[in-house]
Each structure stands twice: as C-alpha cells, then as structure tokens.
Design a protein around this ligand. Structure first.
Ligand SMILES: Nc1ncnc2c1ncn2[C@@H]1O[C@H](COP(=O)(O)OP(=O)(O)O)[C@@H](O)[C@H]1O
Ligand SMILES: [Mg+2]
Length: 377
C-alpha cells in the first residue's frame, strides 16, 4: 500500500463526537461576558433567594445553548441548591409538555400516562421542589417556538406565580430567543411582565477571526495533527461566513474529513471541502425554514418561485404578487416578514444604487432548494 494512505482500521478523526452539535467543547472562548452575566443572574439562588430571570438573545450559532449547558453542568457538579432543567421548545412546545419534562427530570420518571391532568403534573412538580428544598431553574431554549399561540404567556405565568399556590417555592427562568425579530416583552401580558422582569443578555455573531479560532480548536480536539492545514482552515472559515452559522463550519470539518477518509487520504484537500459544502451550506437553510410560521413560509415560497425569473426583485412588485395570491398581507406585515428573512440571512434586502430608494430582494439560496425545504416542512 502507498504511504500516506489509510489502512482500514485507521482514522484521521481523534474524536468524532467533537463534531456533533450538542458537544460541549473543552475550550469555549469569546463568550466570557455572557457566561459571567448568566452566573450573576443565578447568584441569589445560592443564597436562598430566587434567581433573576434572563432573556438570552442572538442569532443561531452564537453559543447561547452551549453557554447555558455549561452553566447547568457546573451547577449540577457543585450544588444541590439549584435544580436546572433545559427545555428544547422546538420539541416541547406546550405548557403540558414542558411541565411533564420538568416532572420527569425531578422525579426520574414521566408523569402517569393519558388522563393525567395538568394540575396533577403541576402539583407533582411543586411538591417535589418543596420536598427537595431546591430552587428550580428552567431554560426555555428557542422559546420563539412558544410565541405562536402565545403559549409563552401560559408557561411563564404558571412558572413564575407557582409560589402563590405553593408558598416557599422558588423558580427562575432563562428564556432563549434566536429570532431577532421577536420582541418577547411585547408579546407578554401585563400579568406576566410584573413577575418576569428579565435581564437581557446579548450574544453577538462571531467575526471572521473568532470563527477561525473556534474552528481551529475543534480541529485540534477532533483530528490528528496535520489533517487540516492553515489554507484549508481559511477556506472552511470563508464558507462558514457565507453559510451564516458556525454550525456550517463544524459540519464542514466533519464532512470534509469523511471525504478524505473515503479516498483513504490522511489530510483534507480543497476538493473535500468544496464537496462537503454542497451539503453543509443548507444546514442553516433547513433550520431557519423549519423555524418559520406557515404564512412566512408561504411568502418565502413565492419569493423563491419569482427568483427563477429574476434574481433581484423590487419589494413593491413582490408585494403586488402577494396581494394577487391567496395570501392576505398588508404592506406593513409583508415588510416585517421580509426584514425578518433578511435578518435570518435567507434573503438580502438592499437599496438599488442611484435610482430612488427602491428596495430589492435577492434570495441567498438556490430557489429550487428553498422550495424543496419548504415542501418538506
Ligand atoms: N465560543 C465558542 N467556542 C466553541 N464552540 C462554539 C462557540 N460558540 C458556539 N460554538 C459551537 O457552535 C455550535 C452552535 O452553538 P450553540 O450554543 O448551539 O448556538 P445557539 O444556541 O446560539 O444557536 C455548537 O456546536 C457549539 O459547540
Ligand atoms: Mg440553541
């Protein structure tokens, strides 16, 4: 066999798990401020009080979930005074489902099956908290999924006023919002605002140097030395910036590595990355399309269809097409949605040079691929 070719039982991966999205990295830089602020929020609970409530805001892939997972792991390791529960609101998006999860974590088993009322689950949670004499810290991750039916009000109200039914009980909430167009405080009823009073923690997007540094750490943790050189890392960083989310870069590392292995090579080459990007570049698209509401998907669908004919389209013209379709959208709502697509990096919204102030919409992805993703929802 030629030198440098891999034997069957050899791998260029030192640890494959490093490239999973829920992997908590050994080194977690650039989020020190946010981590400190989060720790500060829970301080009162360590001294017998109620934790302060928090809203973490930032685009997908800015380290929100990881920061919270790290904090929760630390709490679990060091104290029994706080009981942290992480809820993924993409999966558990009703009050009943959320409280069932909390019950499961506290008791070690799910509440009895069908026929269990919400009140029984709620009472179960409060009784366990009282018995364990612990403060409950709930993270509602990607809580923008709870805003559709305004379920967020029900959930927050029940959590934050539980002490009225069960005096002595202490519950704090960390709410995570990845949709920058969602103004949570505007959606919340007055009855919830008075007990919520959250502190905002903002997670800004990483810049190019930060992305490169984070990916370099991942390379060191996940690959054997010499698998990815500086030039290849720069190429992956470039693609990550284009892809709009750090997850693209992490996925690229894994796929490019697998491509190299398939060819029994010991290092990643340009072509491995380019082929990997054809798959990885849609990660952000898939995740964001799934997070849209039905009417937003319908508008994106229309934009994708029009993109077949014109790459750049005037916003006014698109709205006319919307009006002519079965969608009933006023211009204000239409424009809100388009701005949201822009902030989610699904489209580019820009002014036409020179001629007046016409706003132009350009889809950032291949229209057929967008249509395919929407059809799959
Ligand atoms: N500062 C960082 N250092 C190392 N890895 C990071 C950092 N920030 C994010 N990541 C990685 O990027 C991916 C997305 O991070 P995540 O915390 O899930 O983002 P969010 O919850 O904001 O969408 C995860 O795989 C995570 O490990
Ligand atoms: Mg997250």
């Amino acid at each position: 066999m030629k030198k440098n070719l891999l034997m069957w039982d050899e791998s260029i991966f030192k640890d494959m798990e490093v490239f999973e999205f829920d992997f908590v990295p050994g080194q977690f830089d650039f989020r020190g401020t946010q981590e400190q602020e989060l720790a500060f929020q829970i301080q009162p609970a360590l001294r017998g009080g109620r934790p302060m409530n928090t809203i973490c805001r930032g685009l997908p892939g800015t380290g929100k979930t990881t920061s919270i997972r790290k904090l929760f792991a630390e709490i679990e390791e060091h104290t029994k005074k706080i009981f942290p529960v992480h809820i993924n609101c993409q999966i558990d998006n009703t009050k009943f489902a959320i409280f069932s999860q909390i019950f499961r974590r506290l008791s070690g088993h799910l509440p009895p099956g069908s026929g269990t009322s919400f009140k029984q689950v709620f009472d179960g949670v409060c009784q366990l908290l009282a018995k364990e004499d612990t403060v409950l810290l709930v993270c509602l991750d990607d809580a923008n999924y709870l805003t559709y039916e305004r379920e967020i009000n029900n959930v927050l109200y029940t959590l934050l006023r539980a002490h009225e039914a069960y005096p002595g009980i202490k519950i704090g909430v960390i709410t995570v919002i990845s949709d920058m167009s969602v103004d949570l405080m505007q959606m919340i009823d007055a009855r919830v605002v008075s007990v919520f009073q959250p502190t905002d923690i903002y997670f800004p997007p990483y810049d190019e140097d930060e992305i490169k540094e984070i990916l370099l750490q991942r390379v060191k943790e996940g690959f054997y030395p010499g698998v990815i050189n500086d030039e290849m890392l720069a190429l992956i960083t470039e693609h990550t910036l284009k892809g709009g989310d750090l997850r693209v870069g992490i996925d690229l590392l894994k796929r490019a590595g697998l491509n190299a292995e398939k060819d029994a090579r010991r290092s990643v080459e340009r072509d491995d990355i380019c082929r990997a990007y054809e798959v990885s570049k849609y990660l952000h698209l898939t995740a964001t399309v799934h997070a849209l509401r039905p009417e937003e998907r319908a508008l994106l669908y229309l934009i994708a269809e029009r993109s077949h004919e014109e790459n750049e389209m005037a916003a006014g013209k698109v709205h006319e097409a919307v009006k002519a379709s079965s969608m009933k959208l006023g211009y204000t709502r239409f424009y809100e949605m388009v701005t949201k697509f822009d902030s989610m990096r699904l489209i580019n919204l820009h002014y036409r040079e020179g001629r007046g102030r016409t706003r132009l919409i350009t889809l950032r992805y291949d229209p057929d691929r967008v249509i395919e993703e929407i059809d799959r929802c």
